[in-house]
Design a binder for this molecule. Sequence first.
Ligand SMILES: [Zn+2]
Length: 240
Amino acid sequence: MGDQRGKETIGRRQLLGLGAAGIVAAGLNAVSRTARAAQGAPTALSPAQALARLKAGNKSYVSHPQLCSVNLAEQRSAVAAHQAPWATIISCADSRVPPELIFGGHGVGELFVARNAGNLVDTATLGTVEYGAAVLGSPLIVVLAHTACGAVQAACDIVTRNATYPGAIGAMIEPIVPAALAVKSDPGDFANNAARASAKRTAARLTAASNLIAGLAGAGKLQIVAAIYDLKTGEVTYLD
Ligand SMILES: [Zn+2]
């Protein structure tokens, strides 16, 4: 608890009170000032530097996973007062795709992560990544798909055999169906092709759905990329 917690709450309330359109109208500098007041300095990394760090981290994870370790106790105390994450990851809830590990063994206070089955962007996730970019100053968003994704396979099964699912699962994976339909006749693995297509659509949706994110991206302060993680090799491949 303490003062910092109170300041964070105020910062978040100010952000949410303004709304995305209001924030753009008020100017991104105002958001940056809110970020500094509420959170301390954001990361100094540029979008390109953040992406290079993720790429180097994944390379280490693939080649020397035993060396990917962090001093969590030291890091915890360093970031307790405020966070300045240098990359935002939208990834699947799949237990085999933990962003902190597959990008090279990152600890607390480094990655701002939103996870759900199928790495989709609903209202909660959109607000989460807006907060990460506009208030916390994260310069990079990665929409991270993965091979053999159960959620994507379920969407493919809707396309191929009109499958149905219990509870909220069907509604949850519905946004993947257009991506699956688009690659239905492509050569190669249907589910993996659909996972790539869905990640690219989701990345494109971020700027289409959010003036806040579009404004930061247009100003060169934020880069958005789609990628796919290979469960077998551990490699992250970036998509065009
Ligand atoms: Zn998945």
